[in-house]
Design a protein around this ligand. Structure first.
Ligand SMILES: [Zn+2]
Length: 314
């Protein structure tokens, strides 16, 4: 992991106009289009704080961030771009807050909104072609802080299916990691489930184009994974979750796995792809982020701990 002093020096000071142009191009790749009447000409009626366009035909006013992941945020556009830049490294909310000068809660929310855009990107792009699939567990052995309040959640092993589309040379061209018990899994987690054919079959139905595999499919059973690409990627993902966050509870595990796969796929082109996702994905509120279906069975109220997990897992 790069140390924080070198990261601090590498965060670019984005220019406000450049950020506005980049978001404009991401939101309207084919040029401005009025959301009410689809007219393509506008007057720039931006205020000092808000880029604003007025339709030349129907006078409807629309802000640059409307309909994007940044909508409603009071954080300056330049800081959003710094957060996107830093997602190429994959840092914690605590470090992001320090580096770009926002509160921890704001940084946590920014990171999760970016992950929300990545999740939307992922949903629209199923795997296809030749596939390698394997079942794994994300369990307590990957958590550094066993004394933390997330321990109860963390101790429950999370079954995860990893699937990769491969090119002729065996390199990954598309990658997905899905927590079986998470919001995008099939909700049937139990011990042993990812070792069986059933979880993998359900993964194929849900995440492969057309719901069925058309190329060669290799199901990597335990003991036969060696240095196969999806297995190596999984080990890399687990290392990142442990060293950067000290482990992630089941509630947000899926969002972090999506982020990892996105970064693994785009590597040096990730910033451009992330800006494009953010420009075309509607935002999500703090309330729906922390209240999202967790896949964790409700604990009787008398034993429930205070809702701290979202503070500790970023
Ligand atoms: Zn209009």
């Amino acid at each position: 992991m790069p140390n924080r002093f070198s990261i601090r020096d590498s965060v670019p000071d984005f220019n406000k106009e450049d950020c506005e142009q980049a978001l404009f191009a991401a939101k309207w790749p084919h040029g401005f289009r009025c959301p009410r009447c689809a007219h393509t000409q506008y007057y720039d009626v931006s205020t000092r704080r808000r880029p604003l366009m007025e339709c030349r035909s129907c006078s409807h006013q629309t802000s640059l961030t409307a309909g994007t992941v940044l909508e409603g945020s009071r954080t300056p556009l330049t800081k959003w771009f710094q957060a996107m830049f830093l997602m190429q490294i994959g840092i914690s909310a605590r470090l992001l807050a320090e580096l770009i000068g926002v509160t921890y809660k704001t940084a946590w929310l920014m990171n999760h909104k970016l992950r929300h855009a990545i999740g939307a990107w992922d949903r629209e792009r199923p795997l296809d072609g030749d596939l390698q699939l394997l079942g794994e567990y994300y369990g307590y052995e990957y958590h550094r802080y066993l004394g933390s309040p997330i321990i109860q959640e963390a101790l429950k092993p999370q079954p995860v299916v990893i699937g990769a589309s491969l090119d002729g040379a065996g390199d990954i061209v598309h990658l997905k990691m899905k927590a079986v018990d998470g919001p995008e899994g099939d909700g049937r987690a139990r011990r042993g489930v990812t070792d069986g054919e059933e979880a993998v079959e359900r993964f194929v139905q849900k995440h492969v184009a057309g719901g069925e595999a058309t190329g060669n499919v290799e199901h990597l059973a335990r003991g036969r994974r060696g240095r196969k690409a999806p297995h190596m990627a999984w080990r890399e993902a687990v290392q990142w979750l442990t060293w950067t966050f000290g482990g992630i509870g089941p509630k947000h595990l899926q969002a972090y796995l999506n982020e990892f796969c996105f970064r693994r796929l785009f590597r040096n082109d990730m910033l451009a792809e992330l800006i494009a996702c953010c420009g075309t994905t509607e935002t999500i509120t703090y309330r729906s982020l922390v209240g999202a279906r967790s896949g964790v069975r409700p604990i009787p109220w008398a034993f429930r701990r205070p809702a701290l997990s979202h503070r500790r897992t970023g």
